[in-house]
Design a protein around this ligand. Structure first.
Ligand code: SF4
Length: 161
């Protein structure tokens, strides 16, 4: 008699990679970090109205070492750019980045020398959320896209872990 027949429906087998990705994707902790007006739209996603806790991402961390999601919420001035990069580099791998709003993604209305024309010039971006500002639901959709991305990752995607 085969093992499968003996166990019936009483056991679930999976891969370690799937289980780790499932756990990671349901506990993405964002960094407490806001740069401009988009940050005002980012803050309410943890409020009861939007309730990001349903998806495991309500725990905003004050230290980059405890966060694995950087939401770049607002325009990045050239003066601020080195600090954004430093925060990203202090986060532990694996880590993900959302560029929230037109300004963070491409400079938005600020087409001038003082504003970085896209945060992807200094750090890698996983998901771009369009809008000026994107509303909290749009940001939540961005977090869902990050979750989808994590679920499809391989251990070899993060060679420095
Ligand atoms: S995209 Fe709009 S709301 Fe967001 S930082 Fe730029 S100007 Fe402000």
């Amino acid at each position: 008699m085969g093992l499968e027949h003996q166990l019936g429906d009483n056991i679930l087998t999976t891969s370690l990679e799937w289980a780790v990705n499932w756990a990671r994707s349901n506990s993405v902790w964002p960094m407490t970090f806001g740069l401009a007006c988009c940050a005002i739209e980012m803050m309410p996603i943890v409020s009861p109205r939007y309730d990001l806790a349903r998806f495991g991402s309500e725990v905003y961390r004050a230290s980059p070492r405890q966060a694995d999601l950087l939401i770049v919420a607002g325009r990045v001035s050239r003066k601020m750019a080195p600090f954004v990069k430093q925060v990203y580099e202090q986060m532990m791998s694996p880590k993900w980045v959302i560029s929230m709003g037109a300004c963070a993604s491409c400079g938005g209305v600020f087409r001038n020398y003082a504003i970085l024309q896209g945060v992807d010039k200094i750090i890698p971006v996983d998901v771009y959320v369009p809008g000026c500002p994107p509303n909290p639901y749009a940001l939540m959709q961005g977090i869902f896209e990050i979750q989808k991305k994590i679920k499809g990752e391989k251990f070899t995607d993060h060679p420095y872990e």
